[in-house]
Design a protein around this ligand. Structure first.
Ligand code: ATP
Ligand code: MG
Length: 212
């Protein structure tokens, strides 16, 4: 199984949208497990158009991921299914424990596990990297100076955490062209998607290839 973590320095650059896009693309062929490591603002189920349901646990007390697709299998775990609309007030150790529960969930055999993270390089992101030991870090940025600066920080973070395979995706790429970030050439450029201004749910007919 390959494990991919999606990171960015800056918030709101499209990590969750791109996580969903990559997952849907890969699920045409592969079995996918999705982890929403953004515990405070769990948007991944929303972007995927999943309704709120209660997650169940099995008799070993392991969380049963919510199945989204049968063949090939795709499922997700998110704190979205554990919360109401109030803010969650969780401190570091509790968040680490919850991410450990996500990791130890009753996952079937997978080809890819994809982890969507909150912005920055704080507690949940450190815990996620330590717990999941991702093979690949995908750094998402938009073509603006601050976003690029923060992406460079995210690259430094991924390198320091020992992630060997680092890739860059430029979102909203029509804003400006970016050649390289810290020597990394983007593996994909995602244009502005007009439909997303009306609804955050990724349109079903959207065809954007991302060559991983
Ligand atoms: N290519 C795009 N074109 C138009 N809108 C986009 C695009 N990518 C993302 N968006 C929109 O921008 C907003 C932020 O995207 P998203 O939630 O994926 O970012 P994020 O990096 O996960 O944010 P956060 O840091 O809060 O987790 C959303 O409303 C989303 O629908
Ligand atoms: Mg997000």
């Amino acid at each position: 199984m390959k494990k991919i973590i999606v990171l960015s320095g800056k918030g709101g650059v499209g990590k969750t949208t791109i996580t969903a896009l990559i997952a849907k693309n890969l699920n045409k062929e592969y079995r996918i497990g999705l982890i929403d490591a953004d515990l405070h603002c769990p948007n991944l189920p929303v972007v995927l158009g999943i309704e709120k349901k209660d997650l169940k646990v099995n008799n070993e007390k392991r969380i049963i991921p919510l199945k989204m697709n049968d063949e090939p299998w795709m499922g997700i775990i998110s704190s979205y299914f554990l919360m109401n609309d109030e803010a969650l007030i969780w401190r570091g150790p509790l968040k680490h424990k919850l991410l450990l529960d996500f990791k130890n969930a009753a996952w079937p055999e997978l080809d890819y596990m994809i982890i969507d993270s909150p912005p920055g390089t704080g507690d949940e992101v450190i815990s996620s990297v330590q717990l999941f030991q991702p093979d690949i870090a995908i750094i998402v940025l938009t073509p603006q100076k601050l976003s690029i600066m923060d992406a460079e920080r995210a690259i430094n973070f991924a390198e320091k955490m020992g992630i060997k395979d680092i890739r860059i995706i430029v979102n909203m790429s029509d804003l400006a062209s970016i050649d390289k970030v810290k020597g990394f050439k983007p593996i994909a450029r995602i244009p502005i998607i007009k439909e997303l201004t009306k609804s955050p749910v990724l349109p079903n007919n959207l065809e954007i290839e991302i060559d991983l």
